[in-house]
Ligand binder design. Sequence first.
Ligand SMILES: [Zn+2]
Length: 258
Amino acid sequence: MKQILKIIGICAATLVVAVIVLGLVFFAGLQKAGSGPSLGAGLEPVQDGMSTVYLLDAGNGQLVLVDAGNDVKGTAIQAALANRHATADNVAAILITHAHPDHDATIPLFPKAAIYALKREVPLADGSESFQGPVLRLFGAHNTHPFHVSRPLEDGEKFTIGNLDVTAFAVPGHTPGSAAYLVSGVLFMGDSAQITSKQQLIGPNGLFSNDTSEGAASLKHLDQELQPRAAEIKFLSTAHTGNIAGLEPLNQFASATR
Ligand SMILES: [Zn+2]
């Protein structure tokens, strides 16, 4: 019995080390989380462990979160709310880029918030469909924080929350229903793109994504869709590799892989 436990222990330790090494390899050469240019007034980054969530001011005491972070207690988000003399009840909406567990952990803390995500992401959100990314499959294939999407969205759908105009874009690849949201001149891309330490935009991380070639094709398609609105896009924002100025990095990605 002892022998078996020892073998299981060694296997588990080897697995953890292998994932850490792979993670280091995959995250090497990437811009650090939360770095890059700041997005401006009313668009506050909150570093929640390895994920960056954004707190947006929608006017009249209403706040909007872009993604809901990694920490089920929501310590960093609660502190950011307290700084503004706000509470969880001020959070009117959460824009979910995708239903991975490092993006949806605090949803139960905001019972008054409308939860937006693309329609295609609903089965991942409620846990009825499994994740396909290699590492996520290793650790359990279903969403550990299942949640209800109260506002399922179509690709290209436009809506307003308070004084914010939002457009949702489908960028499948990282997950089947990954979304990017254009709000106040910022394109929030979640994990559908990454920024390198040389300030280049690249596609989604292979360790955690369903299909990286679909992800790259989605970014090219998104670049085309955004050309008519190029002048309004001031920043591209990612959940783990910070921000970058302008639409140009996405244009460059699209032309390099054409
Ligand atoms: Zn993800």
